[in-house]
Design a protein around this ligand. Structure first.
Ligand SMILES: Cc1cc2nc3c(=O)[nH]c(=O)nc-3n(C[C@H](O)[C@H](O)[C@H](O)COP(=O)(O)O)c2cc1C
Length: 175
């Protein structure tokens, strides 16, 4: 599969088969995270692979929008380090995309669950601390997101894309 094909195929998958993922595949997904670029090549993001079913079920309560973790075969928690780089959020986000595409390449499906909440400090703290306590994540790390994944249970419904010319501009920003 070439990269554009993976990008075209990628959708959010929130229902998974009760089937484990081979370690070989998990390692490839971790490689995608490990090899993702970071601003100034600083180690501003770290990843936790979770495969324990009890823990996945628990993490499914981290926010109201990640209940699909209870069905997933594995998850990667993406953490960021603001003390290391001003680009921690971008770095973590780019790595998330790399992970998601490798998941597609391997014939798996993933859902992205935002944990860090940029507009509501209290809510962000609550959500992040839930994950922090569950996985013993140090206080100085921010918890950006959890990607849950597994073998897809069904096909996602087709989605409506915005007209291309509303989003893509050539040479200048055309209104
Ligand atoms: C920054 C970001 C935050 C998201 N947060 C959640 C979330 O908390 N829970 C969830 O189920 N999906 C979440 N999603 C998934 C999007 O809703 C989904 O990608 C979008 O509807 C487009 O659908 P597609 O991924 O199938 O193309 C998030 C996606 C992004 C990029």
């Amino acid at each position: 599969m070439d990269i554009l094909e993976a990008i075209q195929l990628r959708r959010e998958i929130t229902s998974f088969k009760d089937e484990q993922i081979q370690m070989e595949k998990l390692e490839k997904i971790i490689d995608a995270a490990y090899l993702a670029p970071a601003g100034n090549n600083l180690p501003s993001r770290e990843f936790i692979l979770v495969t324990n079913k009890k823990m996945l079920t628990h993490l499914g309560n981290a926010t109201p929008y990640v209940t699909w973790l209870k069905e997933s075969a594995a998850a990667i928690v993406i953490t960021g380090r603001p003390d290391v780089s001003k680009y921690w959020l971008q770095d973590a986000s780019i790595a998330s995309a790399f992970i998601w595409l490798e998941i597609v390449e391997l014939g798996l499906g993933a859902a992205f669950g935002a944990v860090y909440h940029s507009e509501n400090k209290e809510e962000s703290k609550k959500r992040e601390n839930f994950v922090r306590e569950a996985l013993s994540i140090p206080e100085d790390r921010r918890i950006v997101a959890i990607l849950g994944f597994g073998y897809p249970n069904d096909e996602p419904k087709s989605k409506k894309l915005l007209p291309r010319d509303e989003i893509i501009h050539y040479d200048t920003f055309n209104k």
